[in-house]
Design a protein around this ligand. Structure first.
Ligand code: SAM
Length: 249
């Protein structure tokens, strides 16, 4: 096992910044990030911070200046390349805010590459605040030490998602009315994958038929119990990661 470097400490604050990081090229953070470093973490000049930019990987940095509005950091060395993310796209139907927030957070922790919210006929929500969604995913990535952020798409009606579905990507359709056991289906179809889960009231019959008619779709069962939409999305993502993703690396 590679030795864990003594510096920066693993407890150092982690932050995703929007500008590309390069050695010895100062990075300035403002707003919530400056507040977090200076007020919450009480960071001062010389303190260690770990920075990521979703492009060049993970960097050790030191605080060089703490101002009223901004904190300046100097990246010193690259600790890790940006990670390779398993090719798994989660297409969850939009749910009520708190429940969908949970999907964004947990899907990021689980290593999902792309989250494509779906608007279904029985969806109670049809909007997603993109900035808020990005903040939830970024905070989850900082917390779990991801070096790559998931891509988050704007919500798409189910019909549009199916119409433009790429030929090479299998679409696992979580259908509470029946399908192949999820573990068997995931193991049988390695490669680019996606998972569709429904809203609180489930998909209606016409939607279920339209999904099943897609040649790339494979209906799967997540067991004998009816799961909430967020449980289905999170549990099935975890199962895919274990069987076809990066949990065995
Ligand atoms: N149609 C149901 C109803 O309203 O009584 C429930 C829908 S369920 C709360 C939301 C979504 O979770 C479903 O559309 C499906 O995608 C997924 N789901 C829940 N339990 C499942 C299971 N046992 N197998 C496969 N998918 C499941």
């Amino acid at each position: 096992m590679p030795a864990i470097p003594a510096w920066p400490p693993r407890s150092a604050p982690r932050l995703f910044v929007s500008q590309p990081i390069a050695a010895n090229s100062p990075v300035s953070v403002e707003g919530n990030q400056a507040h977090y470093l200076s007020r919450v973490m009480r960071a001062g000049p010389g303190d260690a911070v770990i920075l990521c930019d979703d492009a060049t990987g993970e960097w050790a940095a030191r605080v060089t200046e703490v101002g009223k509005r901004a904190v300046t950091l100097e990246p010193t060395e690259r600790l890790r390349e940006r990670e390779a993310v398993p090719d798994f796209q989660l297409c969850p139907a939009l749910l009520k805010k708190d429940r969908f927030d949970l999907i964004l957070e947990k899907a990021t922790e689980l290593g999902v590459a792309r989250i494509s919210p779906v608007i279904a006929r029985r969806s109670v929500a049809d909007k997603l605040n993109p900035e808020r969604a990005r903040t939830i995913a970024t905070e989850a990535a900082e917390q779990c030490a991801r070096t790559a952020l998931p891509r988050i798409d704007a919500p798409t009606p189910l019909g549009g998602l199916l119409r433009d579905w790429p030929e090479e990507r299998v679409l696992f359709f979580a259908d509470e009315l029946g399908g192949a056991p999820a573990a068997e289906a995931f193991a049988a179809h390695p490669g680019p994958a996606a998972l569709l889960t429904g809203p609180e009231g489930g998909f209606d019959d016409a939607e279920r038929e339209a999904v099943r008619a897609l040649p790339q779709a494979r209906a799967i069962s997540l067991g004998p119990r009816i799961l909430r939409g967020e449980t289905a999305a999170i549990a099935a993502s975890a199962l895919w990661m274990a069987l076809a993703g990066d949990w065995n690396k």
